[in-house]
Design a protein around this ligand. Structure first.
Ligand code: HEC
Length: 238
């Protein structure tokens, strides 16, 4: 979701465009585990798909047109009308007072906006929030792609749109709820004492009060599209 403006794909940025990204999961042995040639053979052997590709791309499905078709679909999955958007466009009643206070924590004391910025709450940068300790947390993230040890532990700053319904959180899914995520940011050392290369923006505990933690969570939930509101309520009540 909300991938159309992104400048890199996957947590470690291994693909640069949606068109390239689309092919990876087809071939990945942990995902669809299907050689691309076989996928194309099946598509072109199906009269309905063959016709649809002919109409859209004036030819059969190829690696290029398959990537384009999947990207075109993904570009329709953008959220632009969450309660927060309505608030930002002048509807003061669109979000609760708690969420309004939480927004101030997000851009102020919580320092969240240092990384989660812009329309989709991602700076499209790679940062290390401390979920890499070269042991149990061993995924080098961006470092494994760039080959530069200075990038070890960096992951793509994810968009926070629809975040109330995208649990579990982080590249390794280590947090089950938004509350756990916020508690982590509030005091990262408590969860990962031996983090390697954690970003300077996260030095020292934030010392958010219980009320500020709750307000921040309320704010994050307002970034979720109404289409998912029921699911979001469930997440908040957990
Ligand atoms: C130094 C940059 C930085 C700061 C500051 C920061 N984040 Fe993040 N955030 C990231 C990165 C990078 C990830 C992905 C990390 C990973 O998977 O290892 C992330 C992940 C998340 C996720 C998980 C999203 C998902 O889909 O899994 C949430 C929620 C989140 N951040 C909220 C916040 C909040 C709330 C704050 C402020 C208290 C905050 N972030 C501060 C960079 C930052």
């Amino acid at each position: 979701m909300n991938t159309s403006g992104r400048t890199s794909m996957f947590w470690d940025g291994r693909a640069e465009t949606l068109e390239d990204q689309a092919i990876f999961p087809i071939e990945n042995p942990l995902e669809m585990d299907l050689p691309l040639d076989e996928a194309l053979r099946r598509l072109n052997g199906d009269p309905a798909y063959a016709e649809a590709f002919r109409v859209a791309y004036a030819g059969p499905a190829t690696a290029r047109t398959l990537g384009r078709a999947l990207a075109a679909y993904q570009k329709t999955l953008d959220t632009t009308d969450a309660p927060y958007d309505r608030y930002a466009h002048g509807d003061d009643a669109a979000i609760s007072e708690s969420a309004k206070r939480g927004r101030l924590v997000f851009i102020g004391k919580g320092k969240c906006a240092e990384c989660h910025s812009g329309e989709d709450f991602t700076s499209d940068r790679f940062r290390n929030i401390g979920l890499f300790d070269r042991a149990a947390l061993g995924d080098r993230g961006r470092g494994a792609i760039s080959g530069d040890p200075a990038d070890d532990g960096q992951f793509k700053v994810p968009s926070l749109r629809n975040v109330a319904v995208t649990a579990p959180y982080m590249h390794n899914g280590m947090f089950a709820t938004l509350r756990e995520v916020i508690e982590y940011y509030n005091n990262p050392d408590k969860v990962v004492p031996d983090a390697h290369g954690r970003d300077a923006a996260m030095s020292g505990p934030l010392q958010l009060s219980a009320a500020e933690v709750a307000d921040l969570e309320s704010f994050l939930v307002t970034l979720t599209d109404d289409r998912f509101a029921t699911a979001a309520d469930k997440v908040v009540r957990q």
